[in-house]
Ligand binder design. Structure first.
Ligand code: DX5
Ligand code: ZN
Length: 216
């Protein structure tokens, strides 16, 4: 068994983005995690469509785009054109979530929905069968390098139960505070995809760190 690792470029060196994308290409990571923030949905601004296009010119791995923006439906096609293989929108940012999921699929991308720490998994009951992935935030979104909220382990189990009950194919991704201590417990709880930013890019040997997460 191996775990999909999605290193978050939010913790990369933005002045050496090509180098860090190539590092991910050469590592055991199958995915790369791309965090888009608008300063409205979250209290921080990261980068937008032109930077995603630049990443796409170098990335050889599956591009996992996490939209932390208001009204994400307006930008789905643009992010797909910029190279997104999976587009994840926040439940809390979508007035018409079902429509946004259909819109993502209509572009040919995989569709994910992210839940903030305070949002119960039960809100996905009516859409879970349509989803390729559910992203559970294990920190409040907006910043890298935060400490994981421990309630995440039980939440992963509740999501797993919902996925099984509805016979959904959705993968479970966890984002925020993933490190040597939390990662094995998350995988044990049923996580399929680990996002890791500061733990990977802040380590002495990012490729070895990715390898270690992949082997869980
Ligand atoms: C936070 C982002 C994360 C972030 C995780 O809002 O969604 O993807 O990069 O960073 P770490 O792994 O450092 O907690
Ligand atoms: Zn993220």
């Amino acid at each position: 068994m191996s775990t999909i690792v999605s290193p978050s470029l939010l913790a990369a060196d933005f002045a050496n983005l090509q180098r860090d994308v190539e590092l991910v290409n050469e590592s055991a990571a199958e995915w790369v995690h791309i965090d888009v923030m608008d300063g409205m949905f979250v209290p921080n601004i990261s980068f937008g469509i032109p930077v995603c296009e630049a990443i796409n010119r170098h990335a050889k791995v599956f591009q996992d785009v996490h939209l932390m923006i208001e009204e994400p439906g307006k930008y789905v096609e643009a992010f797909r054109k910029a190279g997104a293989d999976l587009i994840t929108v926040h439940y809390e940012a979508c007035r018409h979530l079902h429509r946004d999921i259909q819109l993502i699929h209509s572009t040919g991308a995989k569709a994910g929905v992210a839940l903030n720490p305070h949002t119960p998994v039960a809100v996905l009951e009516e859409v879970i069968e349509d989803l390729d992935l559910v992203l559970l935030m294990s920190v409040n979104p907006g910043f890298g390098g935060q400490k994981l909220i421990p309630g995440i382990y039980d939440k992963v189990q509740r999501l797993k139960e919902l996925i099984e009950k509805k016979n959904s194919k959705a993968l479970i991704e966890v984002d925020g505070g993933v490190n040597a201590d939390s990662a094995p417990k998350l995988v044990e709880a049923g996580v399929d995809v680990l996002v890791a930013g500061s733990y990977v890019f802040g380590s002495e040997d990012p490729k070895a760190t990715i390898q270690q997460l992949n082997e869980l």
